[in-house]
Ligand binder design. Structure first.
Ligand SMILES: C[S@@+](CC[C@H](N)C(=O)[O-])C[C@H]1O[C@@H](n2cnc3c(N)ncnc32)[C@H](O)[C@@H]1O
Length: 264
């Protein structure tokens, strides 16, 4: 369970400390019940659907470890090298023709941006991370420094191979890159999902949204540009950050959107 306070800082909570409490909508007097349970020693939290009560001392601040600035810059420059550009542009023409127009366009999330997103959600070594449409893999490499297991999936072989080389270069053994079409992907058990959705078609975004509904309650979904809010996902936070497209000198500013899988 994650709790965002008014300053948009995130706190992770020990679920065993919480008492889950569902609103009885047939009870017209429920607002009184909320006040009654709250008091000053407990906090009422909501994941968008269910309500939870827990002792205030059980609130914990983000557990993310820190990545030094120099390391962020080193990883970023590796992914902006000529070799990375080459890998990103080496898309086989048959593959290009078989996919929706524009969906294989490549751009890279900045190291600082994905780092900020992961710290906001309190990413820790207890978590697993998956980048759906991972490109050359910069977000996966950054995540691998914070989480227990980081994976990326992309349909372009040269990008997946570049990601694997990057993992070796930076000695990230908890990192995996898979060659797969998102449409045939089984998400499995994952705690934090990233989708840089800027170039993905509406149809592909809908397919991904459906897959995200398989996530466990409380799982986090970070998206770029488009909200993936649905019956299964509630949007809880947004922030703006630069996103660099190949060939453009200045990164453009995009919205990062943070969602949580509702309790079912
Ligand atoms: C804008 S790039 C984002 C790269 C990376 N996530 C990042 O933020 O740095 C989008 C990626 O989605 C991949 N992609 C598009 N359609 C896909 C599909 N059907 N299956 C797997 N990957 C796909 C593209 O090849 C491209 O690398």
């Amino acid at each position: 369970m994650l709790y965002f306070d008014k300053e948009h800082r995130i706190h992770t909570l020990e679920s065993r400390e919480m008492v889950q409490w569902k609103l009885d909508l047939s009870n017209a007097d429920y607002s009184q019940a909320v006040t009654g349970i709250g008091g000053d020693r407990t906090q009422i939290l909501s994941d968008g659907e269910s309500f939870f009560v827990l002792p205030k001392e059980a609130l914990k601040t983000s557990k993310s470890s820190e990545i030094p600035q120099a390391e962020l810059e080193e990883i970023q420059s590796f992914f902006f090298s000529q070799e990375a550009v080459q890998a990103a542009l080496s898309v086989n023409s048959d593959l290009l023709k078989s996919q929706d127009k524009g969906s294989l366009t490549y751009g890279t999330t900045g190291a600082k941006s994905i780092y900020e997103a992961l710290r906001r959600v309190g990413a820790s070594t207890d978590d697993s991370f998956l980048d759906i449409g991972c490109g050359c893999g910069l977000p996966v490499l950054i995540a691998s420094k914070l989480v227990g297991q980081a994976r990326g999936v992309d349909i372009v072989p040269s990008m997946v191979e570049f990601g694997q080389r990057a993992a070796t270069r930076f000695g990230r053994e908890n990192t995996e890159f898979l060659l797969a079409n998102i449409r045939h992907l089984e998400l499995g058990r994952v705690d934090i999902v990233y989708v840089a959705a800027t170039t993905l078609t509406e149809e592909l975004r809908e397919t991904i949204k459906e897959k995200l509904s398989q996530l466990r309650p409380g799982a986090v979904v970070i998206t770029l540009t488009y909200s993936f809010q649905s019956d299964a996902l509630v949007l809880v936070d947004t922030f703006k950050s630069p996103f660099a497209w190949w060939g453009s000198s200045e990164p453009s500013v995009h919205d990062f959107l943070i969602h949580i899988r509702r309790a079912s």
